[in-house]
Ligand binder design. Structure first.
Ligand code: C2E
Ligand code: MG
Ligand code: MG
Length: 270
């Protein structure tokens, strides 16, 4: 568990609910750029919990607990509220069509009303579907249920781009890549971190990019930390980058201050 101070007892569902009530959850964002010119295209939102009791708790810990105990929907509502505020800030500062990517949990995707709620949220806040991307993990597709398929199709009809996150580490069927309205693949950072020295991972990354390209899918390399990784991935034809080399997750205010608007990329979208 990643915490700034050791918790003296396991995290309970009541702690998460109390944390929501106390406003302890917030979003940070990580820039996503075009691999050739490094133009800013959008941001992935990542949730953080600064708990009065447990210190800084990693989403890898609290998302799992929230999912298993059914409070993921309350966290999702918090997230949507902040995304609206931050999208407005973004639009005021910069007229380029930047998106915010949201992570959707596997347990949310089979909920029949999910895509309808997102559609109503877009309309209610005068947002365009193109301003939102949604990242799902391969495990979310394991259910293969009609509800999951309906939600994905409807989200796509709303203009929301769908990404398969952590691609290469899950169990999804390759059939999903051709049957579902997926926009692209986010290659898991496990393979990106080791692409320089692990020949098997290098070959795997080549194969993923080639397969994606032949299926008309885009690719994001996640977890780029070195110039060398960036050069290798550019040569392999990866479309977009995200990682500490480009920018660490940060509050929208700080990101807006450090990322000056880049007018030359106004027409590019991811
Ligand atoms: P993810 O969606 O795959 O997000 C990418 C993770 O990689 C983030 O960890 C990010 O901080 C980290 N990362 C990005 N670039 C680098 C890099 O260059 N080096 C290294 N070492 N790490 C990098 P984070 O923020 O701890 O999030 C972990 C996971 O928690 C996310 O993985 C996502 O699955 C989940 N998560 C985060 N926020 C949310 C949320 O709002 N909703 C849901 N359902 N899941 C979330
Ligand atoms: Mg993600
Ligand atoms: Mg990922």
């Amino acid at each position: 568990m990643t915490t700034s101070q050791a918790p003296h007892r396991p995290i309970e569902i009541a702690d998460i609910l109390q944390g929501i009530e106390a406003g302890e959850f917030h979003l940070v964002y990580q820039p996503q750029v075009d691999s050739r010119q490094g133009h800013l295209l959008g941001f992935e939102s990542l949730m953080r919990w600064e708990s009065a009791t447990f210190g800084t708790v990693s989403p890898d810990v609290f998302i799992g607990i929230a999912e298993s105990r059914g409070v993921i929907h309350s966290l999702w509502d918090c997230l949507l509220e902040q995304v609206v505020v931050d999208l407005r800030q973004l639009a005021e500062r910069d007229s380029a069509p930047r998106h915010i990517a949201l992570n959707l949990s596997a347990s949310q995707l089979p909920v029949p009303e999910l895509s309808r709620h997102i559609g109503e949220w877009l309309i209610g806040h005068s947002l365009d579907g193109a301003q939102i991307h949604i990242e799902i993990t391969e495990s979310a597709l394991l259910a293969d249920s009609p509800e999951v398929m309906d939600n994905l199709r409807h989200l796509n009809e709303l203009g929301i781009k769908l990404w398969l996150d952590d691609f290469g580490t899950g169990y999804s069927s390759l059939r999903h890549l051709v049957e579902l309205p997926i926009h692209g693949l986010k290659i898991d950072k496990l393979f990106i971190t080791t692409v320089e020295e692990n020949i098997a991972h290098f070959r795997l990354v080549c194969a993923i990019i080639a397969m994606a390209s032949s299926l008309g899918l885009k690719t994001v390399a996640e977890g780029i930390e070195t110039e060398n990784q960036s050069q290798i991935l550019t040569q392999l034809g990866c479309d977009y980058f995200q990682g500490y080399l480009i920018g660490k997750p940060d509050r929208m205010d700080n990101l807006l201050a450090s990322w000056m608007p880049d007018r030359s990329s106004q027409n590019e979208t991811l």
